[in-house]
Design a protein around this ligand. Structure first.
Ligand code: FBP
Length: 267
């Protein structure tokens, strides 16, 4: 059997991707709950936690900080990304080529596809180039598959999320990151549609510890292979504590409340 192209950003077939492209996607407002996290070094330090299988960042952050962490952190370089400062049909400029990502030492590349946007056609063509170049360099490919725009009525409905997951398979992603479709059953269907492409759940806005861990646990039970999470880790007062709990839930399939209690005792 061929090696899984995303093995470098997984452990035992599961992934816990720490996402930190929020300074671009949402702006400094996302750092307000925990101001220390405006400093990328804080996130690189968090990414050395055993639970984390990769850190997803944009090119500029990687250039400035990754050289000091290349032995301790797996780099998932986001190739496109957009700010929240403009309005219009969803789109995301390519900010970095896959060749350049390989030169920076990336283990994998990440790419957002807004299926259903009036810009879907161009984005899919850009993804094609990134995916094929990543294959040439032996890097894994992670698709942020976020249907939105004029063609999409409900971006988290079960049908939409199943379609989002399927786009990952059809277009050649190793991992496809989707929003939670609201139930374990719907997540299971998305996983089925993705076939050999691993589905990882997107973290979303900050929720309380138990509610968040329960959703992660439900997604794992439904066949998701992990999660890509930003705000639900770095906006907390104790990001390491939630990483301890996530490690137990994702990799050991521990009960969420027991995992949290253990993490709190260890803190
Ligand atoms: P979160 O866990 O904070 O939701 O981060 C995951 C992510 O995909 C980030 O990589 C990205 O910045 C953000 O969500 C985009 O969210 P949205 O497009 O819904 O604003």
């Amino acid at each position: 059997m061929l090696p899984h192209a995303a093995d470098d950003i997984s452990r035992d077939g599961k992934s816990l991707i720490l996402a930190y492209d929020h300074g671009l996607e949402h702006g400094p407002v996302d750092f307000e709950p925990n101001p220390a996290t405006a400093d990328p070094e804080r996130l690189f330090e968090l990414a050395t936690h055993d639970a984390v299988t990769a850190l997803a960042v944009q090119k500029g952050v990687a250039e400035a900080y990754y050289p000091d962490y290349e032995d301790d952190v797996n780099l998932l370089l986001k190739l496109n990304g957009t700010s929240n400062l403009w309005m219009g049909e969803p789109d995301s400029p390519v900010n970095c080529s896959a060749e350049y990502a390989a030169g920076l030492g990336a283990d994998a590349v990440g790419f957002t596809l807004y299926g259903g946007s009036n810009h879907e056609v161009e984005m899919a063509e850009e993804f094609r180039k990134a995916q094929e170049t990543a294959r040439e360099h032996g890097m894994g490919v992670v698709m942020w598959s976020y249907p939105r725009g004029q063609g999409v009525k409900n971006d988290t409905s079960p049908d939409t999320i199943s379609y989002a997951a399927r786009l990952g398979l059809e277009l050649g992603a190793d991992l496809v990151k989707v929003k939670y479709p609201g139930s374990a059953e719907a997540m299971g269907e998305a996983v089925r549609m993705a076939g050999p492409t691993d589905v990882v759940m997107s973290g979303g806005t900050m929720r309380d510890d138990v509610a968040f861990l329960r959703t992660v646990s439900d997604a794992i039970d439904a066949g998701a292979r992990g999660l890509a999470v930003g705000r639900n880790v770095f906006q907390r007062d104790h990001p390491e504590r939630i990483l301890d709990a996530l490690e137990a839930v994702v990799f050991e399939e521990a009960d969420p409340e027991a995992a949290l209690a253990t993490a709190e005792r260890a803190d």
